[in-house]
Design a protein around this ligand. Structure first.
Ligand code: AMP
Length: 307
């Protein structure tokens, strides 16, 4: 089953304890679609500028990702600059230049309209809602957001949450959205805002899924997948979006969305996140094979296996 994703395709300048890279290909939709492309067909909706050339296009083409929905506009692509010098779990943003992204009006190619899965990556909630409403036939909708939209665009974000099946955000964002510092209470409050499942990403500590009706403590369920302990984290950029790509991509590849499929999806999300951080930018994910992914999945099984 095909996934349509809408979000940023960008150039990132990144500094980590392992070094610095200037203007490497990034963006939430890029990380998401590369990770998901190992599991299913992926179609991207985004906008890029004249600086997006053949080398960048080739990264998508090599993974068979449909880019007919990537509009080319006059000007420069979205640019983000960040560092992780004090804390590998949290990016410090130094510069965000929206460029062509500032006037982005998502256009959905007709060929995308039969997509069964939709991922709304971190963008203006007004645009997320517009894309959601333009694709009423989708079977499962998941989305992401960030502190900026939670703080300053809450009414628009709340409208998006009402139309989401799954929300994937990090722990700080969960607590901020709920206005509660206890993760479990915050997760319950977020489930009351609309999503049927909340996946909270904890960076190097894994991710937790909360689902079931939030007021019914008996049917409310929690499932945690660890992250793989790694000796060296080169660049955490895109780990969250790669997690989302592995998670949603795996779900889209399943015939039936059973509780077990969601649990395995949490592990495939962790697998894709663990690869993303091993090199700068999309380098590691670009060169992966499905075999390496399945081997790492087995490593996760070993990590958590009881008997
Ligand atoms: P993450 O998975 O959270 O590390 O996402 C990192 C990616 O998000 C980078 O490649 C950035 O280009 C992109 N990004 C950073 N800020 C924004 C923003 N305000 N809107 C959309 N994408 C962003």
């Amino acid at each position: 089953m095909a996934i349509t994703v809408v979000g940023s395709v960008a150039f990132d300048s990144i500094e980590t304890p392992a070094g610095r890279r200037e203007r490497c290909l990034g963006g939430a939709a890029t990380y998401f679609s590369l990770a998901a492309s190992f599991f299913t067909d992926v179609r991207v909706i985004a906008v890029v500028g004249e600086d997006f050339g053949a080398a960048e296009q080739a990264v998508f083409d090599k993974r068979g990702i449909d880019t007919r929905g990537i509009e080319r506009a006059q000007g420069k692509s979205f640019f983000w600059e960040g560092s992780y010098l004090e804390n590998l779990n949290e990016a410090k943003t130094h510069n965000t230049e929206l460029n062509v992204f500032g006037a982005f009006q998502p256009k959905i190619p007709d060929a995308y309209r039969d997509s069964e899965f939709l991922f709304l990556a971190n963008i203006d909630p007004v645009l997320q809602r517009r894309v959601r409403e333009a694709m009423p036939q989708v079977k499962l909708v998941a989305g992401d957001t960030m502190n900026y939209w939670i703080k300053d665009h809450r009414p628009a974000l709340l409208e998006v949450l009402r139309g989401l099946d799954i929300l994937l955000i990090n722990d700080t964002e969960t607590k901020m959205l709920a206005g509660n510092n206890n993760l479990v209470k915050a997760a319950r409050a977020v489930l009351d805002l609309g999503p049927r499942m909340l996946v909270v990403k904890h960076g190097e500590y894994g991710a937790t899924a909360f689902y079931g009706h939030s007021k019914d403590t008996i049917s409310a369920k929690t499932f945690r997948a660890p992250a793989l302990p790694l000796e060296e984290v080169v660049d955490p950029t895109g780990a969250g979006d790669s997690f989302a790509g592995g998670f949603f991509g795996y779900l889209a590849s399943q015939k039936e969305l059973t509780p077990g499929a969601f649990r395995r999806a949490m592990f495939y999300g962790s697998v894709m996140g663990s690869f993303a951080v091993e090199r700068f930018g999309t380098e590691r994910t670009q060169g992966l094979t499905r075999e390496e992914i399945d081997q790492r999945f087995e490593q996760f099984r070993e990590l958590t296996h009881l008997d």
